[in-house]
Design a protein around this ligand. Structure first.
Ligand code: PEP
Length: 257
């Protein structure tokens, strides 16, 4: 893997946790990270929106990045219940996930909406983590590559670069199921994504863009994925709710040096 792409281990807590247990989890991660001299990987925590302020304070002085799980396309306005990218930046976020399959499915988010959200995130100086991935039916129909290519071409803003955008490949059938693709399939899809990116954001940017794998990553399988040449980190759901598992996954980045 190119040295330019520092692996990112991102925890997507989804709609889990209350303040007390979440704070404890963050404090354990901060302590664990302070014990390893680490210039190898980056860590990102994406808690529920209610905890962003609290966690923003608790990670001050650490190397942990803070991210949100979604944002609204507009920067402000009459959008009851929504949160803008600008607000996320204001509270201390550096990243935001857009286009997670749970939002695409449960909130009918289209590629056009993801495009608008990613554009808004980038305009607010956030790094947009744009999720792509096929469903079980699409995979069974042999549509995996087509689906991912159309998600990529329709959701990446033209001004996205390796500095303000990260791709997360998350096969929907692998999310929260304990089932994962084999490493050869993951490498093939990541390499296809990178190749395709060069037509969208230039080949220099494509070579430097981080492409994360997500879908049932846990300590026992993380090394297998993280050691693939085009896998530049992991987006971790369930296992990120246990700080020891999250750190064990991150530690696989040290082993792959
Ligand atoms: C996710 O939701 O982004 C995810 C990858 O979940 P899990 O790790 O639980 O499969």
């Amino acid at each position: 893997m190119a040295e330019l792409r520092r692996p990112l281990i991102a925890g997507n807590w989804k709609m889990n946790g209350l303040r007390q247990d979440s704070l404890l989890r963050v404090e354990n991660i901060v302590t664990a990270l302070s014990k390893i001299s680490n210039s190898t990987f980056e860590t990102l925590i994406c808690p529920p929106a209610t905890m962003l302020g609290m966690i923003s304070s608790s990670i001050k002085g650490s190397e942990i990045f803070l991210g949100a799980q979604d944002c609204h396309p507009a920067s402000s306005g009459a959008y009851t219940g929504d949160i803008s990218a600008e607000m996320l930046a204001d509270i201390g976020c550096s990243h935001v996930i857009v286009g997670h399959s749970e939002r695409r499915l449960a909130h009918s988010e289209t590629n056009k909406i993801i495009f608008e959200k990613a554009s808004s995130a980038i305009a607010a100086n956030l790094i947009a983590i744009i999720c792509v991935g096929e469903s079980a039916d699409q995979k069974a129909d042999g549509q995996t590559k087509n689906v991912i290519l159309s998600q990529l071409s329709a959701s990446l803003p033209p001004h996205s670069t390796s500095a303000n955008m990260i791709i997360a490949y998350e096969p929907i059938w692998a999310i929260g199921t304990g089932v994962t693709p084999n490493k050869y399939d993951v490498q093939e899809i990541h390499s296809m994504i990178r190749e395709n990116l060069s037509g969208i954001v230039s080949s220099a940017n494509a070579n430097q863009t981080r492409i994360l794998y997500g879908g049932s990553v846990k300590p026992s399988n993380a090394y297998e994925f993280l050691s693939l040449p085009d896998v530049d980190g992991a987006l971790v759901g369930g296992a990120s709710l246990n700080w020891e598992d999250f750190m064990a996954i991150a530690a696989c980045c040290l082993d792959r040096e």
